[in-house]
Design a protein around this ligand. Structure first.
Ligand code: NAD
Length: 464
């Protein structure tokens, strides 16, 4: 596949500082499809300097002009949607239809939403005798994961640019080609040099250098809780702003009055989408004891439609495949009942994992507590609503969740008691403007919509 052998810094592709490269592998057939440079602290430093140099000019640009730039970027993403979808499929393994609708489609919505918000947002407000100015924070270090390679990038870069910040992006090492395409799109959209910069590389090297760089004003990180904790500590020591979008272990709570068949079917679909590699996936299905066996049978029937290599892609890497299979083995060892799937690889080639459903899962089991990040659903029985709430809230995470009930008000009443950042009521609908982010160890800060924009702003109050 097409790949750049340099970094996008200061509005052009430049040679990397060091000779090392990263091999990009197609997880569906395990073939190396490209190499990209493995950035060093030197590359990061050059990118941060470019972002710093571009900052005063971009921050002073009228919001309408920034909005126009982001709208042009959105248009390029639309024009290059096929190429984006093919690239995501090649390096992430998602089925092409999924890449087209979600991986290429959602970033267009998000970029579009920030083109509109940049134009309409009030960057100034009156509070009593004061005028409060909402000013860009400065240079943003953005560190993104591989699971939604373009969405994760756009969900940080678009609001940062809308706010008047400049950005250095360090994308995940598994999916750097999509990030390179994004840099091409920025270039094609004619955004000023240095406003957006890309350094590909390994997390502990380039990512670490970016998070620790003294001239970065805000670090926005999406990824694992383990790395997020480290980045938060580094940012805290430097008294620097930080936004962390971390893991999840979300509950899909099916109340007795719900349409059980629909709730189970949508619940399974939610986890199988993107091969379970979605931080907000509803990986714990909570069902009332009187409906439990019926729900288990429904889940077994629903998951049978997710055939690996057809509707379900591989996991992103051999490492992830091993990790998820390890969790499935652990579930069996701890006494959960396999209803579908299991640890054996379903295909000889590619990093596939069998879509797996566990029944008889207790809330304390490892598979009910830790984020698996694969196509694995844990079905847990509850006795009554209070029990369901205790189980739903009983992990260190709080990113998302779902509630199903016959009556919307009943579902909302339950959702209000959940310790989590986002809840879908009776299936919900994706809203690119709704704030997304976690309670508890799922993170700090919010992405998307006006709440996502405000992460990149700081206030200055003028008293009269
Ligand atoms: P990861 O934390 O290993 O990597 C994420 C990013 O951080 C990558 O770009 C990586 O190179 C970089 N990184 C790794 N070590 C680093 C270090 N020491 N310093 C700086 N940067 C470093 O996570 P992953 O395996 O890529 O992604 C899977 C995890 O991300 C899952 O736990 C998932 O829940 C979480 N996630 C969360 C969200 C969310 O919005 N809350 C979204 C997607 C993924």
């Amino acid at each position: 596949m097409k790949a750049h052998d340099g970094m996008y810094i200061g509005g052009r592709w430049r040679p990397a500082a060091g000779p090392d490269t990263i091999a990009v592998v197609n997880p569906a057939d395990e073939q190396v499809i490209a190499h990209v440079p493995a950035g060093t602290a030197e590359d990061v430093d050059a990118a941060v300097r470019a972002a710093r140099a571009a900052f005063p000019g971009w921050a002073a640009t009228a919001p309408a002009e920034r909005a126009a730039g982001i709208a042009r970027l959105r248009d390029v993403l639309v024009a290059r949607a096929d190429e984006i979808a093919e690239t995501v499929t090649a390096e992430l393994g998602a089925p092409l239809a999924m890449s087209q609708t979600v991986h290429a489609g959602v970033p267009v919505l998000v970029a579009g939403s920030y083109a509109e918000l940049a134009a309409s947002y009030s960057f100034e407000e009156k509070i009593g005798t004061s005028t409060v100015l909402l000013e860009p924070v400065g240079v943003v270090g953005a560190i993104t994961p591989w699971n939604y390679p373009l969405h994760q990038v756009v969900a940080k870069v678009a609001p940062a640019l809308a706010a008047g910040c400049t950005v250095v992006l360090k994308p995940a090492e598994d999916t750097p080609l999509t990030a390179q395409l994004f840099a091409e799109a920025v270039d094609e959209a004619g955004l000023p040099a240095g406003v957006f910069n890309l350094v590909t590389g390994l997390g502990p090297v380039a990512g670490q250098a970016l998070a620790a760089h003294e001239d970065v004003d805000l670090v926005s990180f999406t990824g694992s809780t383990a790395v997020g904790r480290q980045i938060g500590a580094t940012a805290g020591a430097a008294v620097k702003r930080v936004a962390l979008e971390l893991g999840g272990k979300s509950a899909n709570v099916i109340l007795p009055s719900a349409d059980l068949a629909k709730a189970v079917k949508v619940g399974i679909a939610n986890v199988m989408s993107n091969s379970g590699q979605t931080c907000s996936a509803w990986t714990r299905m909570l069902v009332h004891k009187d409906q439990y066996e019926e729900a288990v049978a429904l889940a077994a029937a629903a998951v049978a439609k997710y055939v690996p290599g057809e509707r379900v892609g591989p996991l992103v890497s051999a490492k992830q495949q091993q990790r998820v299979r390890g969790y499935i083995e652990k579930g069996v060892a701890e006494g959960a009942r396999l209803v579908a799937g299991g640890p054996a690889a379903p295909l000889e080639r590619g990093y596939y994992v069998s879509p797996t459903v566990f029944a008889d899962v207790t809330p304390e089991m490892t598979i009910a507590q830790e984020e698996i990040f694969g196509p694995v659903v844990s079905m847990i029985e509850y006795a009554d609503e209070d029990d369901a709430l205790r189980i739903a809230n009983g992990t260190v995470y709080g990113l998302a969740g779902a509630v199903w009930a016959g009556d919307e008000a009943e579902a909302v009443a339950f959702a209000r008691r959940m310790d989590t950042g986002q809840v879908d009521i009776n299936g919900g609908r994706f809203n690119p403007l709704a704030p997304f982010g976690g309670y508890k160890q799922s993170g700090v800060g919010r992405e998307l919509g006006p709440h996502g924009l405000s992460e990149y702003l700081q206030t200055k109050s003028l008293q009269f």
